[in-house]
Design a protein around this ligand. Structure first.
Ligand SMILES: [Fe+2]
Length: 177
């Protein structure tokens, strides 16, 4: 029986398709995080091994909630590797080294590309398909990805001077006065 929740069948179908592409991205990403967890090598092995474990736990929860959101809208969630590979926008790269830096960089790029797609869909799903619930759901998911991306980004060495320190701003202001 189809849900009667004030959204047309065409619109729930369009939203379910966007959610299916997102689900596929999350599925590929969780596989990549597992690869990092299992195969990372280097002096920081244990630290990164545990860090990647935390991240795949988070992704696993996202995957379940996205699939269940598709079902809530009255559609079936893709559930095969073949479907995920045909729907995903993410790619898998081969590398010679298993150092944590290369895993962190690649995972960060993937999170950022998911964030881009979510940001576009938050507006589209609300304005074009009138599904405020999914738009809100995607907003929460985007925030979680943004935080995970920050955690990854913070493992990379920043060669520029850190910006935005409050003490710096105060000093610059007092100099200009
Ligand atoms: Fe493990």
């Amino acid at each position: 029986m189809k849900p009667d929740i004030g959204i047309t069948e065409n619109n729930t179908q369009a939203v379910a398709f966007e959610l299916s592409k997102l689900l596929a991205d999350e599925y590929v990403l969780v596989t990549k995080i597992k690869n990092a967890h299992w195969n990372v090598e280097g002096a920081d092995f244990y630290d990164k091994h545990k860090f990647f474990e935390t991240q795949f736990g988070q992704l696993d929860a996202f995957i379940d909630s996205i699939a269940e959101r598709i079902r809530t809208l009255g559609h079936y969630a893709p559930g095969t590797m073949q479907a995920f590979l045909s729907l995903t926008q993410l790619t898998e790269k081969g590398f010679d080294k298993n150092d944590s830096n290369r895993f962190v960089k690649e995972l960060l790029e993937d999170h950022e590309s998911i964030i881009f797609r979510l940001r576009e869909n938050i507006y589209r799903v609300a304005s074009e398909f009138h599904d405020i619930g999914t738009s809100d759901f995607m907003t929460g998911l985007m925030e979680s990805h943004e935080k995970m991306a920050w955690f990854l980004r913070s493992h990379l060495v920043n060669t520029k001077k850190p910006m935005g320190l409050l003490t710096d701003v105060k000093m610059e202001k007092s100099v200009s006065l």
